[in-house]
Design a protein around this ligand. Sequence first.
Ligand code: UD1
Length: 366
Amino acid sequence: MKVINVVGARPNFMKIAPIIEELENYPSIEPILVHTGQHYSPEMSDLFFRDLGLPEPDIYLGVGSSSHAEQTAKIILEFEKVIVDIKPNLVVVVGDVNSTLAAALVGAKLQIPIAHIEAGLRSFDRSMPEEINRVLTDAVSDYLFLTEPSAQKNLLNEGIAENKMFLVGNVMVDTLLKHQNKAKESEILENLKLLPKEYALLTLHRPSNVDTVDALNTIFTILENIQKDIIVVYPIHPRAEKNIIEFGLEQKIKKLQNLKLVKPLGYLDFLKLMMYAKFVLTDSGGIQEETTVLGIPCLTLRNNTERPITVAQGSNTVVGTDIELIDREVKKILKGNGKKGKIPYLWDGKAAERIVDILNKKYVYV
Ligand code: UD1
């Protein structure tokens, strides 16, 4: 049984790693790793392959950055050739990036079953490219693996058959739990001259926060306030860096004395920074889940989340870019009253085991 596993962008790598590892336990399965090349810079891709012990991709499509249409189209064209050539029994896609949708679409049209890991999450905000990717990927997938119960409700509302859905937990948590001890050995705190719990960690890359001067100026005001009370470490995403330079905001940001701008970090260094942060500020999806597992307060700089369990049960608070609300929440955390939360059901490090067991039974015994 040939299983093609597709990755493209940074948040895909930690999701596919435990799946590949688990597939390798089954002698009847041949896992094949395809990297679309949506992310290609060493710090956005190679570093993660190294830190996560991922095998070299069997096939690299090299599509690179471009507009949504062009990037998605390039992946579709190149991935179709791969499917025609390899004739896989199954295509596994993860998350919600352009590579996820493009690969799922190609597979579905060629009548190859599609397994979507992290299915059913919805922000109900169609201005997010990821939301479009989620809805469309789920519509053409045959096996929908869910991280939280809200996903099942969303999919049922979209008319998707219940027997395609499997609540299995969170593969990103599998990776986090597996690497936590190794991350403790990282020297990133010493290298950045940071002390445990004496800094906040920031990530920012959503178009709604970094693609316009107005949005970046609002972020600047938020950071100006926070860094008066605590050091803020910001591993800067290439999208944000490009825009900050283009809008001429580089000097303004660099003037913030307690803001430490660093280049994008590998998985282990970043995990260590999360583990020892006083709190995390982010607009990422995955980091809301990772901080929930770590019990670190997370303030999400967005108006919504597709991962509501991180708010209902975890350590996440959705704050948008409301300057006063953020100020209040930060003060609360600094006084030691930040949200700790609890770890959601099935986020136990065994999601990949469950997923591959389900897939194996479907193919081998049915
Ligand atoms: C993509 C995903 C997003 C995910 C994010 C994680 C989509 C629609 N977006 O957004 O869901 O949260 O990855 O990082 O799939 N660039 C580099 N090196 C790279 C990749 C990109 O320098 O390896 C620069 C390029 O200038 C590019 C810009 O970053 O134009 C944005 O990259 P892109 O892949 O278009 O979107 P992301 O913002 O990374």
